[in-house]
Design a protein around this ligand. Structure first.
Ligand SMILES: Nc1ncnc2c1ncn2[C@@H]1O[C@H](COP(=O)(O)OP(=O)(O)OP(=O)(O)O)[C@@H](O)[C@H]1O
Ligand SMILES: [Mg+2]
Length: 240
């Protein structure tokens, strides 16, 4: 049995501020963000374009460093980790899906999925088996040898999901994953993500779409509203 001590969080953001220096001076992309996410949560981050959603995801995932504040993942403070250690953490613990699928055009669906596991020390047979299993779950086994441009947008996003899951991440970060998809396909992708969360993976989902946020409202554990780099409010919808 896993004891979840109260006050014990998988990801904790403390007073995160992020500034970028641009041509017209410094831009404050995030200001004083405090957020605690427990294992197994499905967190929706909603806010208009430019609110800071991608910046927040990047900082949570250790892809970018905050100007001020701390990020703690499973008790580890990112500021204690060097770039190589952070990269290892990302590779082993996190999966990512994006608006523009980011698949490699010259590789097949299967190869795109396998690629993500090559830096690990898993035996290639295990990697191939996992890739097949994930592509089967995504209903893509019959199309595994197709190249991204021979797949529909929804199918490409499912390849990207399989790729994100191959290293069995603890957290799946989703940055506008349905923005390029029509409504029915978007809904299928949302259902896939809900199933992934049900199976135990923590999901953090950013969107500028109120429609998508509303669809997830019935399922999400938390709804975080971001505006001008600040948290406007956090709604707790259910506990994990
Ligand atoms: N690398 C960067 N250099 C300078 N400014 C940046 C950089 N990245 C983001 N910004 C600025 O930070 C703010 C937040 O950007 P961010 O991409 O996080 O917003 P977002 O909520 O993801 O928007 P969208 O819905 O359009 O994806 C914006 O004002 C943006 O212009
Ligand atoms: Mg964004």
């Amino acid at each position: 049995m896993v004891l979840e001590l109260s006050g014990e969080y998988l990801i904790k953001l403390e007073n995160i501020t992020k500034e970028f220096s641009g041509k017209r001076g410094r831009v404050k992309a995030l200001e004083n963000i405090n957020l605690e996410i427990k294992r197994g949560e499905f967190v929706v981050i909603v806010g208009p374009s430019g609110a800071g959603k991608t910046t927040l995801l990047n900082i949570m995932a250790g892809m970018d460093r905050p100007t001020k504040g701390r990020v703690i993942f499973a008790g580890r403070d990112y500021s204690d980790l060097d770039e190589e250690e952070l990269a290892k953490l990302r590779r082993e613990k996190f999966g990512f899906i994006f608006q523009f699928f980011n698949l490699i055009d010259s590789l097949t669906a299967f190869e795109n999925v396998v690629m993500a596991a090559l830096p690990t020390d898993l035996p290639i047979r295990e990697i191939n088996a996992r890739a097949d299993e994930l592509l089967a779950e995504m209903k893509l086994l019959a199309k595994k040898h197709r190249f991204p441009k021979e797949l529909s947008a929804g199918e490409q996003q499912r390849v990207a999901i399989a790729r994100a899951l191959i290293n069995q991440p603890e957290v799946l970060f989703c940055d506008e994953p349905t923005a390029q998809l029509d409504e029915t396909i978007a809904e299928k992708i949302l259902n896939d993500l809900i199933a992934i969360n049900n199976a135990g993976t923590t999901v953090i989902f950013a969107t500028a779409s109120e429609t998508i946020a509303n669809k997830l409202r019935r399922y999400a554990t938390k709804m975080v509203r971001l505006e001008f780099g600040k948290i406007r409010n956090i709604e707790t919808l259910r506990s994990v």
